[in-house]
Design a protein around this ligand. Structure first.
Ligand code: BES
Ligand code: MN
Ligand code: ZN
Length: 505
């Protein structure tokens, strides 16, 4: 379909462009710096440079709580900020959030420095990583469609960390390594946010394929695009069924990363790429929540984001990604309730609700991944409202059939501060998916919707170890909060990146 004049082109990944433009270094605050933050714990010493003691800070309402920032008046020189970190031995997550809160409080300034008094037990690499992630993610904003945006992108950030001074010493060098790692990890998240924030009319499945090709060429992975005819050839009846009502072509986007040297294993990543979810014939009722359905490709965006960082992370496994992209639209040609789709591999699926489309596009990819002989599959999808209802916007439910894979996902989630909680695959509910006419139905009962969706997906993975992340709740934030920025959060990109970077069979 040709784009109308109202959909003038904008940069596909403005957040990535902003990340390319910022210099982040270790060292003392340089001449000309516009704002300097000093970390302050909830107890213990207050940095002398603030010129205030704890009592004075407290009178101003600043207690050193994590995420709190106090701007201090200064007649001349750079702006000065007290940046709360809570515990005097802060965790990586607390430091990441403090860095994010600081760059938000100093939003007027492009050249900022953060002086970190105490990093507790964190080593130099971990410190650099979380600080760089914090500033890059905290300052993120999707502003390309605002003609009069006040957003000031960061140009230079300097981290002065007690104990890891300079860049010459061993620890200083390791701090710089950590900063590079943090910018790389932030890239995964920022790419995922950019794509999920893009309005649906400006990012079709076809556009998504083009963006993937550009990113693949730049960040060292191969991209193969499957159009409608190719999908028909593969028998991907799930993706094709959902696409039936759309004026736009579907795309399956296959990503391939090959490590140098012998691969330690082969990991498959599958992402739901519903470019816009109207519900189809089972049309969603009017509800502000449905404004968010442009983000129903957040899973595919997280996979693509993770791929942009695999080479720089030195991932030693082979990683293959399948992004299942189409919108879900009602029209005269839409798939209907009662239709029976035939997925890749021959499973027949009775459609009982066209709004349960995510599982239909995913199942073809899960079969293709098993056919490729991957050692494990991790899939990610904005799959069910039930995920949002059960754990809210801060933590994502996940399911797994394999203990080692579940542990790897949990560890990755911890390291990224993208919290997850493992749900049981309650097989007692599997019969809710029985169909009187086909092998399986796409709709479960009234309760445990995240579980019945997971049980549907499990049908297609065979014996391959598998984990499934439902990010319907966590894909979006209503406000700037910790490392999350208002709008798409890019949730899961760093979980997938860390899982893939350390994967071995
Ligand atoms: N994309 C939605 C799930 C969703 C809901 C994502 C809220 C983000 C925020 C999904 O395709 C959907 O419509 N799921 C239905 C499934 C139901 C019909 C079985 C749901 O959860 O209501
Ligand atoms: Mn839906
Ligand atoms: Zn959906």
């Amino acid at each position: 379909m040709s784009r109308t004049f109202t959909q003038s082109p904008v940069p596909a990944t403005p957040g990535l462009d902003a990340l390319d433009a910022v210099t982040v270094a270790a060292g003392s605050a340089p001449d000309g710096v516009q704002a300097v933050g000093y970390t302050v714990a909830a107890s213990g010493d207050v940095p002398a440079a603030l010129g205030l003691d704890r009592e004075a800070l407290s009178r101003a309402g600043f207690e050193g709580k994590p995420g709190s920032v106090l701007a201090l008046p200064s007649a001349s020189g750079p702006g000065v900020f007290a940046v709360g970190v809570g515990d005097d031995a802060p965790t990586g997550a607390a430091l990441r959030d403090a860095a994010a809160a600081f760059v938000r409080a100093a939003s007027r300034w492009a050249d900022v420095a953060l002086v970190v008094a105490d990093v507790g037990g964190l080593d130099a690499v971990e410190t650099g990583r979380v600080l760089a992630e914090g500033v890059a993610l905290g300052r993120y904003r999707y502003a390309v469609l605002q003609s009069d945006s006040k957003h000031v992108p960061l140009e230079r950030v300097t981290f002065d960390v007690a104990g890891f001074e300079g860049t010459a010493g061993a620890d200083g060098g390791r701090l710089a390594d950590g900063i590079a790692a943090g910018l790389r990890d932030a890239r995964a998240t920022v790419v995922a946010r950019d794509l999920a924030n893009t309005p649906p009319g400006r990012l079709t499945a076809t556009d998504f394929g083009t963006v993937a090709q550009e990113l693949g060429a730049r960040f060292g992975f191969d991209v193969e695009l499957f159009d409608k005819a190719a999908l028909e050839g593969l028998g991907c009846g799930g993706l094709l069924g959902v696409n039936q009502g759309s004026a736009e072509e579907p795309r399956m986007i296959k990503l391939s990363y090959t490590p140098h040297g012998e691969a330690t294993g082969h990991l498959g990543l599958v992402g739901k790429g519903i470019m816009y979810d109207s519900g189809g014939i089972s049309l969603k009722p009017s509800d502000p929540m449905h404004l968010l359905m442009k983000m129903d490709m957040g899973g595919a965006a997280a996979v693509l984001g993770a791929f942009t960082a695999l080479r720089d992370a030195g991932a030693t496994a082979r990683v293959t990604g399948w992004l299942m992209c189409t919108d879900n639209m009602p029209s005269g040609s839409s798939y209907k309730l009662g239709d029976v789709l035939v997925a890749r591999g021959g499973t027949t699926i009775e459609v009982k609700n066209t709004d349960a489309e995510g599982r239909l596009v995913m199942c073809d990819a899960l079969v293709l991944a098993t056919e490729d002989g991957v050692d494990a599959i991790v899939d990610i999808a904005t799959l069910t409202g039930a995920a949002l209802m059960s754990l809210g916007q801060a933590r994502a439910p996940f399911f797994a059939t394999d203990e080692a894979l579940a542990d790897a996902v949990s560890a990755a989630a911890e390291s990224a501060d993208e919290p997850v909680w493992r749900f049981p695959l309650e097989r007692k509910y599997r019969s809710q998916l029985d169909s009187g006419i086909a092998d399986i139905a796409n709709l479960g009962g009234k309760y445990a919707g995240a579980t019945t969706a997971a049980l549907f997906l499990e049908h297609f993975v065979g014996e391959t170890p598998w984990a499934h992340l439902d990010i319907a709740g966590t894909m979006q934030s209503d406000s700037d909060d910790s490392w999350r920025s208002k709008g798409a959060t890019g949730y899961g990109a760093r979980i997938l990146l860390h899982t893939a970077a350390t994967f071995s069979r």
